[in-house]
Design a protein around this ligand. Sequence first.
Ligand code: ZN
Length: 71
Amino acid sequence: MAVPKKKVSRSRRNMRRFASGNRLDVPTTVTCPSCHEPKRPHCVCACGFYNNKQVLNTRKVARQVKQAETN
Ligand SMILES: [Zn+2]
């Protein structure tokens, strides 16, 4: 099995991670077909839409989702 010769320092590790323009800080988003808001791919939107279907009851659930995000 191939083994790294030396431990990669925190500095070098971080330089590698941030090499291509802070991509870690920018999460991928897609546009919701229902409310046209940006959302994470493969996640239910705050409006309760997923896979072009209404899968959640809207307002109450949207509030709960927002609370969960802030906690
Ligand atoms: Zn939506």
